[in-house]
Design a protein. Sequence first.
Length: 211
Amino acid sequence: MSITLIIIIINVLVSLAAMNKERLMDQLIFYPPAVTHDNQYYRFFTSGFIHADFGHLIFNMISLYAFGQMVENGFNQIFGESGRLLYLLMYLLALPASLLPTFAKNKHNSYYRSLGASGAVSAVIFAGLLMTPQAGVGMYFIPVYIPGFVFGPLYLIISAYLDRKGGSNINHSAHIWGALFGVAFLLVAGQLSGFPVMSNFIAGVQDYFNR
């Protein structure tokens, strides 16, 4: 079984359990004051395995499945036997990495809560865009696809605007920092392994224009 499917199964099981047990939800959710005052750093990770409702869960898991299988296979091809481990490591580290700016802003905010796998899913998506920038990316139920190297910047710009605007329950900051972490992780892993990530990215963009 792929790492992606295992992550999805864990997300579904933990999320369903938390939806039915308010106390469990409170114990797992990202609550900055609990980290600040009680050193409950585990919340950086556990909050990424629970979701607010079925819609939230389904959207994140469909996005993870759509990109995760491709990214995981790409990691296996690039890094060989270490590919599965590196893919899992990227996903898990993206959970706290995507929440650090949120934590810095809300250390003592007793009204703030955050949950969901969006930060880690964004890391997977952007690692995929870096590996295959020429691939078409579209939104659900909208049959219009744009190349990944265009979708990526647009996604970040829109997320930054919505984060600055505020007024919603969506943690757009986690999307942004998760996405940037995915790019940074792949660049560093590629550098350490000798795989030319940026050269591969540029070649993919050139391939798109040469079609």
